[in-house]
Write a protein that binds this ligand. Sequence first.
Ligand code: UDP
Ligand code: MN
Length: 531
Amino acid sequence: MRRFVYCKVVLTTSLVWVLVDVFLLLYFSECNKCDNKKDHSLLPALRAVMSRTHVAPGEMGKAVVIPKDEQEKMKELFKINQFNLMASDMIALNRSLPDVRLDGCKTKTYPDDLPNTSIVIVFHNEAWSTLLRTIHSILLVDDASERDFLKKKLEHHVATLEVPMRILRMEQRSGLIRARLRGAAATRGQVITFLDAHCECTVGWLEPLLARIKEDRRAVVCPIIDVISDETFEYMAGSDMTYGGFNWKLNFRWYPVPQREMDRRKGDRTLPVRTPTMAGGLFSIDRTYFEEIGTYDSGMDIWGGENLEMSFRIWQCGGSLEIVTCSHVGHVFRKATPYSFPGGTGQVINKNNRRLAEVWMDEFKDFFYIISPGVVRVDYGDVSSRKALRESLKCKPFSWYLENIYPDSQIPRRYYSLGEIRNVETNQCVDNMGRKENEKVFSYTADKEIRTDDLCLDASRLNGPVVMLKCHHMKGNQMFEYDAERLTLLHVNSNQCLDMPSEEDKMVPTLRDCSGRRSQQWILRNMTLSV
Ligand code: UDP
Ligand code: MN
């Protein structure tokens, strides 16, 4: 099975793999004690799975099911990395994976003279098996028998690989941003490819990325990120129909690729998707362009915000950010972070987000601050050099980005109100029940939607209640017309007005025939920052 994988992959990537130059960035970190014991402790589980399936666990990306009597131990081990370490350790370092590409991708050919790339993988307290699987899936080396841990053992291990690889060690914990900067500074390849330390690359993943950069050096390209289950390590193909966005709190989110982007590509799903933002962990960029465009903001700590910062910067300063749908790389998505954030998670992320808002978002930073009032109290340090960068690159305003690159953004580029929607008769506010904060902050947008973040007020039947549904940008049931004199909110589709709920409506505002009653009058607040 393994030899089969090796041959298959080498055939399709032989153009580039010998040019690959790999760097690993390590932090000084405690060895993972449980990892060291795994050779002995795993045997019973491994035997049980193998006897049931007759093949090595996880081959062809299959889920690993841990036998009942091992599940106690499995749960213990899960806590170390916030993924199923026991399953990961049972899977071969170069396990086989399905070819999940669109059919149209499998027959594409690429130029012989693709640029070469250095691959930078930063990591902090990564598990041995996931880290090694990342390296092996890039380097295609067939010596899976090595079973020891980071540091010296790792150095010995990489010295046996057929592709030159260096390990750089940070003197102190610096966060992924500064670690990547260190790695990037040490690269020599024409392209830099960044990967997380728990990835698995699939057949033909690299050529389409490099080919796109060869076409346009200002294209920054991401693969489709496939999902490796944190529970079972099952490999699941990611969709070519989602792209990157962000919500009101500047959290990165996946959203459906809009029709305009399908139309631009004339329906050819094998062509790269222009994406407003990237997830951040996995992408390739021309090395000189990476420098030209201002690398990363080295004032950002540990984790978070750097992906949006880079996304805004690329678009606003003349580059493009794309998902190359013919390239698939798997990533272990976790529900919680396994490592500590010196200074506190919230503090770190808020600081990073403030830096990106202050430098790139112009007046729209106020929108973010209204939504996340706590952020305004966080010290974000000095951003003058980043502002100078923006100046010298003559970058476009954030409103241009919203208008041209992300018209379906959750943050409306024009809006009439932001804040409470208050009923004149009862003095009560529309409330998005169930959300912890900001449950009464709504925006009435120029597109005539009443939204809070990515949810819109939606009404689908006469005299019926309104509900909060994902905004669809198609007006229809989500279009309301505000009459600033009569203070009414007319639901255009039904020609009815938003009214206060009656007893039997269970507190949910409802559509009724427009009557001019005070219960149909609403005051839309235009909130300003109060700090
Ligand atoms: N990382 C790092 N230093 C840190 C935090 C993270 O080197 O202080 C590495 C981490 O090991 C991983 C990459 O940065 O390879 C991205 O982090 P993570 O996978 O936790 O982010 P996620 O994929 O969950 O967004
Ligand atoms: Mn990750």
